[in-house]
Design a protein around this ligand. Structure first.
Ligand code: CP
Ligand code: NVA
Length: 339
C-alpha cells in the first residue's frame, strides 16, 4: 500500500483498504511509542499547520506526531499569516508548498482545503472544516478496534447534529469500514440526502446499513457505540444556541440511553464536550437557558457528566489516538514505507 504524495481531505477519496492500512499503521506506531522505539524517519522534512479555528487535540496531535517523526513544525494561527486577508488560498498553497513537505489546514470552507490540496504540490491534510473532520474518524475507529477487536458489524449510533462535520465523516467512515451507522436527531438535523445516498451505496458493498431515526430509544437499542458531539459547532453564530438546545436537549446522552444500548456499549465523543459548568460556555448556557430547558441547567449538554465519567466512556483513549492516527497519516503520505 503506497499513499505517498496523497492529500487527506475527505474519507471519500480513500478505499476501505487504504483506511484499514492507516488504522493498522497507527496501531503499529502506537505500539512502537509505548515500547520506546524511536521512529524519527522523517528528520529531513518540515510541516506547517494552518489554523483558522481553535484546537487542542488536532494541533497537539500534529505537533507531537511530527516531532516524533523527527520533523520540524510551524504553527500559524488565525492571525498568523497573510492567508485570506492579503493573499488567496491558492497563492498561499504555492508559497508554502515550496518551503514545506506537508500542510495541515483547519478552517471553515471545504473548498479552501481543496484549493490548498490542488495547488500546494505537497500533501495537504484536513484538520477539520465545516463539512468534514476525517482525521478524527481514524482515531475513533482505532479506538473501537482496540475495544472490540473489529469494526465490521459494529452497531454505531451517532446522537446529535448529524449534518455537521462529525456526522458526515462518521457516516462515510462507517460505510467504508462496514459498521452499521444509525443517526439519531430531529429530521432537520439529518445530513444532506445526496451524501446519505452516496454512503448507502458504499455501505451496500460492505454489507452494512445506514439508518436515521428521530427516536432515541430505537436508535440506541443494541448499539455497541453511542457517540455524541457538541450541539453548536465552531464557526456557527452564537444565536443558534437556543434553537439547537430546543432541538437537541431531549437527545442528551444519559444513563437511560446507555442502559438501552448493549451491556458492553461504550460512549465516545470527539471532544471538547460540555458536561458541566466548569467552562465559560457551559456556565453561560446553564445560566442563560437552564430555566427554560432543565436538562442544561448544570451545564450538561450533549452528554451528562455521569455518562462521560462512567466506566463505559473511552473519550480520553480516543483523544490520545488522535496523535497516533495523525502521525500515521503524515508518515504514509510523506514516505513509501515504515518498518
Ligand atoms: N476533536 C478535536 O478535533 O479537538 P480539537 O478541536 O481540540 O482539535
Ligand atoms: N463539530 C465540532 C467538532 C469539534 C472537534 C465542531 O466543528 O466544532
Amino acid at each position: 500500500m503506497n499513499l505517498k504524495g496523497r492529500n487527506f481531505i475527505t474519507l471519500l477519496d480513500f478505499t476501505s483498504e487504504e483506511i484499514t492500512h492507516l488504522i493498522n499503521l497507527s496501531a503499529k506506531l502506537k505500539e512502537d511509542k509505548y515500547n520506546g522505539k524511536e521512529h524519527k524517519v522523517l528528520s529531513d522534512k518540515n510541516v506547517v499547520l494552518l489554523f483558522q479555528k481553535d484546537s487542542t487535540r488536532t494541533r497537539c496531535a500534529f505537533e507531537v506526531g511530527a516531532m516524533d517523526l523527527g520533523m520540524g513544525v510551524t504553527y500559524l494561527g488565525p492571525n498568523g499569516s497573510q492567508m485570506n486577508t492579503k493573499e488567496s488560498v491558492k497563492d498561499t498553497a504555492r508559497v508554502l508548498g515550496r518551503m514545506y513537505d506537508g500542510i495541515e489546514f483547519r478552517g471553515y470552507k471545504q473548498s479552501d482545503v481543496e484549493a490548498l490540496g490542488a495547488n500546494a504540490g505537497v500533501p495537504v491534510w484536513n484538520g477539520l472544516t465545516d463539512v468534514y473532520h476525517p482525521t478524527q474518524i481514524l482515531a475513533d475507529f482505532l479506538t473501537i478496534k482496540e475495544v472490540f477487536g473489529k469494526l465490521k458489524g459494529i452497531n454505531f449510533t451517532y446522537v446529535g447534529d448529524s449534518r455537521n462535520n462529525m456526522g458526515n465523516s462518521l457516516m462515510i467512515g462507517a460505510a467504508k469500514q462496514g459498521l452499521n451507522f444509525t443517526g439519531v436527531a430531529p429530521k432537520e438535523l439529518w445530513p444532506d440526502q445526496k451524501l446519505i445516498d452516496t454512503c448507502l451505496e458504499i455501505a451496500k458493498e460492505h454489507g452494512s446499513t445506514i439508518h436515521f431515526t428521530e427516536d432515541k430509544m430505537e436508535g440506541t437499542k443494541n448499539a455497541d457505540v453511542v457517540y455524541a458531539d457538541v450541539w453548536v459547532s465552531m464557526g456557527e453564530p452564537k444565536e443558534v444556541w437556543e434553537t439547537r438546545i430546543a432541538q437537541l436537549n431531549e437527545y442528551q446522552v444519559d444513563m437511560e440511553m446507555m442502559n438501552n444500548a448493549k451491556d458492553t456499549a461504550i460512549f465516545m465523543h470527539c471532544l471538547p464536550a460540555f458536561h458541566g459548568k466548569d467552562t465559560e460556555v457551559g456556565k453561560k448556557i446553564a445560566e442563560g437557558f437552564g430555566d427554560k430547558f432543565p436538562k442544561v441547567k448544570n451545564g450538561e449538554m450533549e452528554v451528562t457528566d455521569e455518562v462521560i465519567e462512567s466506566e463505559c466512556s473511552v473519550v480520553f483513549q480516543e483523544a490520545e489516538n488522535r496523535m497516533h492516527t495523525i502521525k500515521a497519516v503524515m508518515l504514509a503520505t510523506l514516505r513509501e514505507s515504515y518498518e
